[in-house]
Design a protein around this ligand. Structure first.
Ligand SMILES: Cc1cc2nc3c(=O)[nH]c(=O)nc-3n(C[C@H](O)[C@H](O)[C@H](O)COP(=O)(O)O)c2cc1C
Length: 164
């Protein structure tokens, strides 16, 4: 698949059909994540992979987008490794790049995904639920599954974003 096709046609997928994502595909998604750029190449990310239905159901209670989590086959929580950080702004951008790599790689594998940020409003509670040490900071929860449909995005006009 062409890079351009994946970048432009990937959409957030919130409803999934049943189907197990193979563990080799999970690895491919994570491999894409860790090859993202980062300031000073500090690679400040860490991941918690969730496949257990119980854990997904519990996690879902922390966000108004819980149904995305419960319906997903796979959930990956992305953390900032505070011990690896050097500049919060740049490290946060690196995490964003790492997440985008995952979404794009998943799309290339025919897997839908949705980046969930609303759950961060309950970050502390989520971290204690997942038993994640305070030296990691939850940055996003990403849901993955085979798409129920492939929605088209609304048009985006390039000119709108170009400064004079
Ligand atoms: C930082 C961030 C937080 C997001 N949080 C949520 C969320 O909590 N729930 C959700 O359904 N989508 C969430 N999204 C997905 C956006 O709604 C989606 O990317 C946007 O509407 C554009 O649609 P597209 O991904 O299909 O291009 C988030 C995306 C980003 C980048």
């Amino acid at each position: 698949m062409k890079v351009e096709e994946a970048i432009i046609h990937r959409r957030s997928i919130r409803r999934y059909i049943s189907g197990r994502i193979k563990s080799c595909d999970v690895k491919k998604i994570l491999r894409a994540a860790i090859w993202a750029p980062s300031g000073l190449n500090n690679q400040p990310w860490a991941f918690k992979i969730i496949r257990s239905v119980n854990l997904k159901n519990g996690l879902a209670k922390f966000t108004s987008y819980g149904s995305v989590i419960t319906k997903a086959d796979l959930v990956i929580c992305v953390f900032l490794n505070k011990k690896a950080t050097y500049n919060i702004e740049k490290d946060t951008m690196a995490i964003g790049a790492c997440i985008q790599n995952m979404l794009i790689r998943a799309y290339g594998l025919g897997i839908g995904s949705c980046w969930l940020g609303e759950i961060l409003n309950r970050r502390k509670r989520v971290q204690s639920y997942l038993e994640i040490h305070g030296s990691y900071k939850l940055m996003a929860v990403i849901a993955f599954g085979y798409p129920r449909s492939n929605p088209k995005g609304k048009r985006r006009k390039l000119e709108r974003f170009i400064l004079p």
